[in-house]
Design a protein around this ligand. Structure first.
Ligand SMILES: Cc1cc2nc3c(=O)[nH]c(=O)nc-3n(C[C@H](O)[C@H](O)[C@H](O)COP(=O)(O)O)c2cc1C
Length: 307
């Protein structure tokens, strides 16, 4: 009897030390997506009990970014995160965006494409949490030295700039190699995969592609429909769009070979649509609240199968 009671209690819990520290109801992040994530998604995610995020550069100017932060702060008092793409952002804009995050008391900064040391120093002086994006151990070690509070392990098959290592290896490998919490990114579309990621030792699941197919997402309807209709066979891993290997929906790549790289590569993300292999498991476009509730049900079903 005692064992059954314990099993039932444990299967009902769906949180981790890190999700509790951040004040989230569930250990889930609606991951930042260039051009795609918006303030509406952040608020819907926050109200659904997960961490909503967006890259600061999704606001065209610092003034627009400040207006977005005000809007978000007005609509929710729950935690959310902002992504700063260090090496892809003009240094002056980067510093302005980071300072605006401090001014509006954004509790979590997500750093990618560069060295987070300076941002971590400034953030920790203000009690702000920093997670850094990596695809390999060398960068995870550097991020740990920089003092980050968590490492986002971006696996093979992820939407956006993806790694080459399968999540079954990447998550436990990084977990054993560093002393900070691991956040699992890549190919997570449902609650069963969240359960798998937590079983592998991750403390948060970082989901991008799943949230392209959300009602709040501002992506064109055709993009959302393609995410619903596509399978992993439609996802192409190439460095020809932005100079860094990333996953794209092949229907949106130019027919005559791939475009040459160049300084305006980022602009191409508007016409060439990125998504991860998790598209195979996405069946419909739904409001973020419904997506989160579906993930919670799937998580409990998955853990019940283990009892
Ligand atoms: C369209 C798109 C744009 C992205 N842009 C960014 C970005 O600007 N900054 C970043 O750190 N990660 C970016 N990512 C990666 C996501 O934050 C996240 O790591 C990834 O989506 C997780 O894999 P999944 O799509 O399989 O869930 C992007 C992903 C997608 C699909």
């Amino acid at each position: 009897m005692g064992g059954d009671w314990y099993g039932a209690r444990v299967s009902k819990l769906f949180s981790t030390p890190l999700s509790r520290k951040l004040g989230l109801t569930y250990p889930l992040v609606a991951a930042p997506m260039f051009i795609i994530s918006n303030k509406e998604m952040i608020v819907a995610a926050a109200e659904a009990g997960i961490l909503g995020t967006m890259p600061s550069l999704n606001a065209r100017t610092p003034e627009q970014f400040e207006a977005d932060l005000k809007w978000i702060r007005d609509k929710t008092d729950k935690p959310f995160g902002i992504n700063v793409t260090i090496g892809l952002t003009d240094p002056e804009r980067l510093q302005q965006d980071v300072e605006l995050c401090f001014e509006y008391e954004v509790p979590v900064l997500l750093t990618s494409y560069g060295n987070p040391t300076e941002i971590v120093k400034q953030a920790h002086a203000r009690g702000v949490t920093v997670f850094h994006d990596v695809i390999q151990l060398r960068h995870a070690h550097k991020a740990q030295q920089a003092g980050v509070d968590g490492i986002i392990a971006v696996s093979q098959g992820a939407g956006g700039h993806a790694g080459r290592v399968n999540p079954y290896v990447l998550i436990p490998y990084l977990r054993r190699s560093v002393d900070v919490p691991i956040i699992a990114a890549g190919c997570i579309s449902g609650g069963d995969q969240v359960a798998a990621a937590l079983a592998l030792g991750a403390e948060l699941a970082y989901m991008g592609t799943r949230f392209i197919a959300s009602a709040e997402c501002g992506a064109p309807q055709a993009y959302k429909d393609m995410v619903v209709d596509a399978t992993h066979d439609d996802v192409v891993y190439t460095d020809q769009v932005s100079g860094v290997h990333a996953n794209f929906l092949k229907q949106t790549l130019p027919e005559e070979g791939t475009p040459s790289r160049g300084p305006d590569a980022a602009k191409r993300w508007k016409d060439i649509w990125s998504a991860g292999q998790g598209v195979s498991l996405i069946q419909e476009v739904a409001p973020i609240e419904e997506i989160v509730q579906a993930i919670v049900r799937e998580y409990h079903d998955a853990t019940a199968r283990l009892q």
